[in-house]
Design a protein around this ligand. Structure first.
Ligand SMILES: Nc1ncnc2c1ncn2[C@@H]1O[C@H](COP(=O)(O)OP(=O)(O)OP(=O)(O)O)[C@@H](O)[C@H]1O
Ligand SMILES: Nc1ncnc2c1ncn2[C@@H]1O[C@H](COP(=O)(O)OP(=O)(O)OP(=O)(O)O)[C@@H](O)[C@H]1O
Ligand SMILES: [Mg+2]
Ligand SMILES: [Mg+2]
Lengths: 259, 259
């Protein structure tokens, strides 16, 4: 049965998409069958993986709307890696905030569409969320086992965290009691900046055991790989970013095994 | 009469808040009376300016809901600079997406609350928008004269731009014909990266005259100033970031004069 992990932070530009893509690939490299779900209407993840979201006959939007009775499995697409698949985004998701909210069961559209057969096909399902705490992110949290919170070691990174934690607590109490925070992932860390050292200490003292040992360092190769529509592994496996996401994948697998 | 400028990009973490705060201060330094409006429920701008958003008796949320007949002027707060004021954010704005959408006039709540008297009090009104194209951003665009689009010279920066441009065209045609793009502002530019040179060329060839001559370079002092709840001008006026935002302020003033 697949473990479902939401990659969430309403703060923009903290590395949610970069983490979903590279962690997903690193898990696949470790032999884990991995499914990525792109719930962000910006479609960054889908575009990087090489999918043309406008060319889909049916999409995750149709599945969530549940008008055609489409199973989620019908919108899964293959990627370059034989152990990593993707459910691409759709531009109609940008209207989802407004459209889905009117429905009584608006927070459980995704959990109702993730069948047991999908869960059997994979070991991990990673969901890339948009930079907001709206209906799409809530759908992801409502169906997830775990949350990973990417966070830059900068002051704006810490400001919004209370809002995210209170949304998490609300969903855990009212909709999804099994949901737990797997950890805060420090991203784009630059060892030369004293600001980053200070903020990392603040994050560690605030979250204590809930911070991944792995820190993702700032690494230009990650950006270059993205402009080549690749993960850092495909672009240059010796790069700093590849080592960091490899380490993270092992830490995630270890965490799940111990549970 | 104040010129209203929306600082918009649904891509997260591109420097919207950093630009609103530092450009606002630079305009005030040039002698322009400036009002900042924080329309982002994350409240990053309000927190940096030193406002406790939870301590407000009435907020922009009450004004937009229009239940109490409160004028926008009643929620203006002073800042450290005598020529720069702010209308802080409110945590209730995070529910605004759902609550305001149901109202027929949901896109013009802000324009109906910006009275002529507010417009007479200022030369510039800058609106910091959240990382989405939802009802809050649409309200800002519906009442603005100009748009500034901060953009990182990275591939994810370019992916979502078509969605933003189509939203702009729709609002210009149906709600606000005076709306124009003042320019794309390249932010966090790192001269050492060939990727940034390449992407800057792509942005220039895509947007032609609609790109500011001023490029905001990546500058650690900007981040350090934020962790001190200051603009870069207050923290270290000689820094690279201060020079860049000063230049931008002059370019904005020049643009408005020529219109
Ligand atoms: N470790 C890293 N080192 C250097 N650059 C990075 C790193 N991680 C991410 N980036 C860059 O930072 C930018 C933001 O990353 P990304 O788009 O993954 O964040 P996000 O949280 O998904 O953004 P959004 O909130 O818009 O969805 C991208 O341009 C990406 O290339
Ligand atoms: N020129 C710059 N040089 C270095 N760092 C910068 C620069 N501009 C912004 N930053 C940093 O980048 C991060 C993102 O900036 P900011 O929060 O202003 O973006 P935003 O677009 O407002 O994000 P959001 O989409 O979450 O509202 C912040 O941590 C900020 O300190
Ligand atoms: Mg993303
Ligand atoms: Mg912001």
């Amino acid at each position: 049965m697949a473990k479902i992990i939401s990659i969430v932070n309403q703060k923009g530009g903290v590395g949610k998409t970069t983490t979903t893509h590279n962690l997903g690939y690193a898990l696949a490299e470790e032999g884990e069958r991995t499914l990525l779900i792109d719930l962000d209407p910006q479609m960054n993840l889908s575009t990087t993986v090489g999918i043309d979201c406008y060319a889909q006959k049916n999409s995750i939007y149709d599945v969530l709307r549940d008008k055609k009775g489409l199973p989620l499995g019908s919108v899964v697409k293959k990627t370059e890696h034989d152990k990593m698949d993707i459910i691409p985004s759709a531009f109609e998701l940008s209207g989802a905030e407004i459209e889905f909210t009117k429905r009584i069961s608006s927070s459980s559209l995704l959990s109702r569409s993730i069948s047991n057969s999908i869960r059997e096909d994979y070991d991990y399902i990673l969901v890339d969320c948009p930079p907001s705490l709206g209906v799409l992110t809530i759908n992801s949290l409502s169906t997830s086992d775990y949350i990973i919170i990417p966070m830059q070691p900068e002051v704006y990174g810490l400001y919004g965290i209370d809002m995210l934690l209170s949304t998490y607590e609300e969903i855990q109490e009212e909709i999804n009691p099994k949901l737990e925070i797997m950890g805060v992932l420090i991203t784009m860390h630059d060892g030369r900046l004293s600001l980053h050292k200070e903020m990392t200490e603040k994050i560690n003292s605030y979250f204590k055991d809930n911070v991944f040992k792995t820190i993702i360092k700032t690494n230009t190769t990650l950006k270059e790989a993205q402009s080549n529509n690749q993960t850092v592994f495909e672009y240059d496996g010796r790069a700093r970013g590849a080592k960091d996401y490899e380490k993270l994948a092992r830490e995630v697998i270890e965490y799940v095994k111990e549970r």
